[in-house]
Design a protein around this ligand. Structure first.
Ligand SMILES: *Cc1c(COP(=O)(O)O)cnc(C)c1O
Length: 444
């Protein structure tokens, strides 16, 4: 019952946009193994198209597949023989079979770093890994979701790519549009970090700062979609959202493949809208169903910043409903106060025996520095959130240090220099003389 109320709350916001149809979508679209869109709430199916809300109940739509059946070993070999990017998983994604030949930024297959120094520091004995998505073309995980949305935009005949963004998405869309030959016009809150603004603008598309927070930007984009002003526009995270979301499954695929086709026991994932977390779970479930990994339990943990913690607050209170918050945190890439997939995140954390936790801004900064000094990885604030939450979950006993654990770093520290700049700098500034260096006391 609680779930129905929650569904209704989620759906209210979507009602204004309802369903947009496109004439030729149903019959001519070739998106590989994708066969339909299905409603996450009521299961109703729709033809593939640039729609995102169920026409019957306004629930969110997801891509449904006709996935390869048969010999898992053959599929594993086929994947391993593929390119060193997300297209190695093309048989499991809503993209045409010849996707690797099309102009795209080809993100993915980022490093899974065995973080032994960090493990020692945190007391993890079961193996600790950092999945480092700062290695993507625009230095965040967003290149994965955009790469898939670009192929959907191509299939549906859009000529302009757009999005509402907390920062990283704007850069990823700008870059992908430049490569793939789309016009782009992206929307961000006006007060983002300089690193995010410059990254979003440098690729030559239009960049619009909106006077408001992300939730205001998102609401504006929803209105634009329903208006003639936005006609012919593919909003990667709105009307292309079902396809966009599938990009996050590749994180699940890569982690398991890089662990030797094994499920990790525990994964710590940052939450903004919650899309990434829910789709990583979907990806893990698919690998089990396809027989690519052994079916065993895994736990999913969600991580938020205290200054924008609607999901962890609901989790800790035992609620099914996520109450919106007004964000105030340095983790701006995660600052979504009204997360669309929040209720599904709660379901997944509870179903898998995981948890959702948050850390304050000071702990985020500490965690960024901890990861940097132990592993040589400079994470953006979102990575500080996951590492900080991992530490907190170990201390509280919710995360088992004896199990194999993967922590996501979803972005590059160079984009959020402001977060660490006030507490980081030269150890000393001296005259260029040996005497001055000796006096500084740094020669051990
Ligand atoms: C967008 C983003 C996320 C997660 O976003 P979801 O909306 O939850 O999918 C995580 N980390 C970074 C750095 C991001 O930019």
């Amino acid at each position: 019952m609680a779930k129905c109320a929650m569904g209704k709350m989620r759906r209210k916001g979507l009602a204004i946009m309802a369903v947009q149809t496109i004439d030729n979508a149903a019959t001519t679209v070739n998106l590989g193994p994708a066969v339909a869109l299905s409603c996450r709430e009521c299961g109703e199916r729709f033809d593939l198209g640039p729609i995102f809300a169920c026409a019957l109940c306004f629930g969110p739509l997801e891509v449904a597949y006709d996935l390869p059946t048969g010999d898992p070993e053959a599929l594993r070999k086929r994947i391993e023989a593929g390119p060193d990017n997300i297209w190695r998983y093309a048989p499991l994604l809503p993209v045409p079979a010849n996707v690797a030949e099309k102009p795209n930024l080809n993100p993915g297959f980022t490093k899974l770093v065995k973080a032994d120094n960090l493990a020692r520091e945190l007391g993890v004995t079961g193996g600790l890994y950092v999945k480092d998505d700062s290695g993507n073309p625009t230095h965040s995980f967003k290149d994965r979701v955009v790469a898939i949305a670009v192929e959907a935009a191509r299939a549906f005949g859009f000529t302009t790519l757009s999005c509402s963004s907390t920062g990283n998405l704007a850069g990823a869309v700008g870059a992908a549009a430049a490569r793939a030959g789309f016009r782009s016009c992206v929307f961000i809150p006006h007060d983002l970090e300089q690193g995010k603004v410059v990254m979003a603008a440098v690729y030559g598309g239009e960049l619009v700062g909106i006077e408001g927070n992300y939730d205001d930007v998102n609401r504006f984009c929803s209105e634009l979609i329903g208006d003639p002003l936005g006609e012919g526009w593919g909003f990667v995270n709105v009307n292309l959202r079902p396809y966009y979301g599938e990009g996050s499954k590749t994180l699940a695929y890569e982690i398991c493949e890089q662990l030797g086709w094994r499920l990790p026991d525990q994964i710590v994932i940052p939450i903004a809208s919650g899309s990434q977390l829910t789709k990583i779970d979907k990806g893990l479930q698919e690998l089990i169903k396809l027989g690519l990994v052994e079916d065993k339990p895994y736990k999913i943990f969600g991580a938020q910043a205290e200054g924008c913690s609607p999901v962890s607050t609901a989790f800790k209170a035992g609620h099914d409903v996520v109450r919106p918050q007004k964000p105030n945190t340095i983790a701006k890439s995660l600052a979504i106060g009204n997360p669309a997939d929040g209720p599904y995140v709660l379901d997944i954390a509870r179903r898998t025996g995981g948890a959702v936790e948050d850390v304050n801004d000071e702990q985020v900064v500490d965690a960024i520095k901890l990861l940097a000094r132990t592993e040589g990885i400079f994470a953006e604030t979102a990575g500080g959130v996951t590492v900080g939450v991992t530490r907190k979950l170990i201390e509280s006993g919710l995360l088992d240090p004896a199990l194999t654990t993967v922590v996501l770093n979803t972005g590059d520290g160079l984009k959020t220099l402001d977060a660490v700049a006030p507490t980081t700098g030269p150890t000393a500034t001296i005259r260029p003389s040996l005497d001055a260096f000796r006096d500084a006391g740094l020669a051990h």
